[in-house]
Ligand binder design. Sequence first.
Ligand code: ATP
Ligand code: MG
Length: 219
Amino acid sequence: MLEVKNLCVRYNAGDSAPALSDVSFSLAKGERIALTGNNGAGKSTLLSALVGILLPEQGSVIFDGLELRSGGGSLRDTVDAFRRRIGFVMQNPDDQLFTPTVYDDIAFGLRSQDAPEEEVGKKVDGVMNALGIAALKDRLTHRLSGGEKRLATLAGVLVMEPDLLLLDEPATFLDPPGRERLIAILAGLDQSMIIATHDLGMAECLCNRILRLDRGRIV
Ligand SMILES: Nc1ncnc2c1ncn2[C@@H]1O[C@H](COP(=O)(O)OP(=O)(O)OP(=O)(O)O)[C@@H](O)[C@H]1O
Ligand SMILES: [Mg+2]
């Protein structure tokens, strides 16, 4: 489903070392990979590169036959196609929440696909109930607690039912019951996932393979 070939990503032209060097791996449909490594190892950089937020300096990312590479043909169309099918929960929820209320934020993606409002309501309510955040429906996103923000961003991505889920530290900010509920929800999904995490217990529960990064390289 996903193939990463010799991926090299550099934030600034003048940087002495790239943030990712020669990263290659593949992910089969339904597979769940945990991405581990110390702070600054390149986990978030890799997830961002898989959805075209960062572009490869060298190498490429291929998702179901579609190739994302710098200087490639219609890059905009490729990035759009990737984002329609790949859901990304960013490490910092503040980078992801942008509409005033929780409900509207979770509904945003479905509405932008012109889904009928009745269907939007059903799906948004369903995912909020599953994550235990139904009571937050009308709250202002910027006034939520850290864990509440995390759950709202997860809901906004899960509601889209993407084929591949990229989760960057999904359990941070969550209390123990929230973490358990999240693990149970993720375990019940059949989508492919890459989960960047320091939480090895969660990785063990959910993933069949671990990729470890060290200073931008897979070790
Ligand atoms: N916007 C940026 N501009 C320049 N360098 C960056 C930027 N974001 C990250 N970096 C650098 O790239 C490297 C990889 O960072 P990244 O955020 O991918 O690490 P990480 O493995 O996700 O770490 P953490 O466990 O702390 O989340 C680090 O050296 C970091 O300082
Ligand atoms: Mg990170």
